[in-house]
Every structure is written in C-alpha cells, then in structure tokens.
Write a protein that binds this ligand. Sequence first.
Ligand SMILES: *Cc1c(COP(=O)(O)O)cnc(C)c1O
Length: 401
Amino acid sequence: MSQSTSRQNFISNLAGNLDNLREQGLYKPERVIASRQGSEVICDDGSKLINLCANNYLGLSGDESMVQASIAATEKFGYGLSSVRFICGTQTVHKQLEQALSAFLGTEDCILYAAAFDANGGVFEPLFDENDAIISDALNHASIIDGIRLCKAARFRYAHNDMADLEKQLIAAADKRHRIIVTDGVFSMDGTIAQLDKICDLADKYDALVMIDECHASGFMGATGRGTHEHHNVLGRIDIITGTLGKALGGAMGGFTAARKEVIDTLRQKSRPYLFSNTLAPSIAGASLSVLQRLSSSTELRDRLHANTAHFRREIEALGFTIKQGTHPVVPVMLFDAPVAQKFAARLYELGVLVTGFFYPVVPMGQARVRVQLSAAHTTEQLNTALAAFAQAGRELNIIK
Ligand SMILES: *Cc1c(COP(=O)(O)O)cnc(C)c1O
C-alpha cells in the first residue's frame, strides 16, 4: 500500500477546501430545529425564536390543517408509489392536483415533479434545441441556469430586470426559430417583482414565448394569490409557469410546470426528471390539493400576509433602518457590510429572532443584509417583539440612532 493513495488525496483536498470556506466566512452552518416549522421555532439548543427566514409565506408548513390533510391522503392512498408516473405511479390525487393547479394558475394543463428544481431542470431540453434561443435574466435561479445548460438552444442573457437590454437580446436572437424569455416572477434576494407587463409586450413585439418561475409568488401574489402574472395583469399571456409546492403552497416539497396541453404532454413523454424519478408522495399531493381548495375559496391567508408585510416594512423604516423598497414579503434590511450583517444576525438570535445574514458572493459586494420574510402566521405581537429586538441590536451596533 502506498502512503498517499488517490483516495486519501481526494479527502484531504476536500478538507482543505472546506477549511478555506471557513476561513473566508463562507461556510454555511445549519441550524437544527427541534419543533415544527412556524412563526416561532424551538432549536435543538432549547432556544425559542420568532422565525423571520422561512419561505412559509402562508404559514401552512407546520399548520395542523396540513398535518391532518396529509394524514388523510396517506390513509387513503398509502405512503408512496414505488414507481415513476408512467409505469404505475399515477393516482387520482395526482391528476386532481394537476387539474387544480392548472385552474388556479389559468393554464390548460400541469405536470408534477419532485421539486421545482426538477421542473426547471426538465423543462428546456425537451422543448427547445439548437434552432432556438433562450433569453434569461442574469439573476435567474440556479435551477433555471442548470436547466438551460442541459439544453442545446443558444443562450442569451439580459442584465437583471433591464428591459432595454432584454430588447437588445431579442433582436440578437431574431433569426432563431423560437425565442423564449425566462425570468423569476419574483427574485428572492431583493423581493424584486419582474416587470411582466413590459416583458409580455416585448415578447409580442419580437414574437417570443415567456416563461416565469413562480416559486416566490404562487399562492399570494396578485389579488387572489395566483401569482406574478395576476399581479401584473398578464394572466393568459404567459406560456410556461414553473413553481414549487415547498414554499407558500404548503411547504413540504414538490414542483410543477403549467402550460398549454401540448407542452405538458411533451414533458410527460420526454422530461427526464419526470420520467426517471419517483412519483410525488400522495400525502403531499393530497395536502397540496387542500391548500388550493382553501385559496380558491378565501383570500384570508394572502390578505394577512400582505397586512403583516406592510406593517413590518412601515415600522422597520420608522426605526431608521434602510430596506429595499417594494411590496413583497421578502424585506431586505440593508447593512451593507458583511461582518456587521453577521454580528447583527447573531445578536438577533440571542434576542430571540431568527434571521439569516447574506453577504458576498450570495449578494453583490457591499450589499450585505439580513433578509426578513413575513408569513401569514406571524401575529402582530410577534412582529412587534421582533421589531423591538431589531431596534435594540441596531442601536447596540450603531446601525440606527
Ligand atoms: C426555491 C426555488 C426553486 C427550487 O424549488 P424546490 O421546489 O425547493 O426545488 C426554484 N426556483 C426558485 C426561484 C426558487 O426560489
């Protein structure tokens, strides 16, 4: 046996890379929660925290109604399918959920995936080839970027949210057979809402399709929570919608693509994460279906979320903090300096508030922040307690007066 085998080198290289990450402050530790996900959580160290960093927009993740709906679906349909959809993995509950999602989003049909990451990973390659062009916002989600990489279409990138640059790229792609503009409906770092009205107008002018990723929008953006297309009054003008069941729409996991039936049928025949990965668990399908029924009969959760968002945005500014302006429940509280953001998040933890600091390379250099995410489950009292902690930590660290 040699002293230093390839396997040993492999492991010691990884250990060195991990040490570098730690030294640069880029290593991501994981908090361990010992309770359900909710507006408050209890961590494994026993601390009880007001939670301001989950994608739990409608407050359903740990809600008893979801637990009961998932138990009911498990009782009826069992634990799992041990199959992909096209062999023996499609149950009535999966078809019902696909129909309910289509109706909610205003599309003809819908296909389920194990995650939105898979929906985005499996959407481009079956639909577009080297004759086509994909025109993508520079800040699109990693799963969109990876999906585009798996496809042979020509790639065009436009500067984030920059409609003049999008128009340039559409002109540059004019000789392609099909053009598709792809954007996050809402960008999760800033809470920026894509300008879908303008994007749809440009798509019409240059004969392009439009795809949006609605992970931070489905369930609560727009008057009845259908998403960014409803918010911007372009329902029916979007060709492809991808989204997740793992954020507002219940919070377990699962993703979907919604579009015209020819698009969805093609994906069922050819999309690799659908063809070669297990069926979504019936507990998730059944519980997600109950969420859509609830959202279709009442806007109460969505309304409470937006009221909480307006309250937090107003009060945090009144304390003297700088936030990114907007209306989305993602509220970036700007601290600019990476060590300040880290210290601020750590102090808030001690004061009983769970937030995460973001800094370069997750956000641009000099744009460090804590990102607050509101939920319909937050009570006004919880938000006011959290705001008082922001005020105390902010004064201690000389962020506010
Ligand atoms: C969270 C997210 C995804 C991935 O969703 P999963 O269902 O967790 O895989 C994809 N796109 C965007 C924009 C997201 O925010």
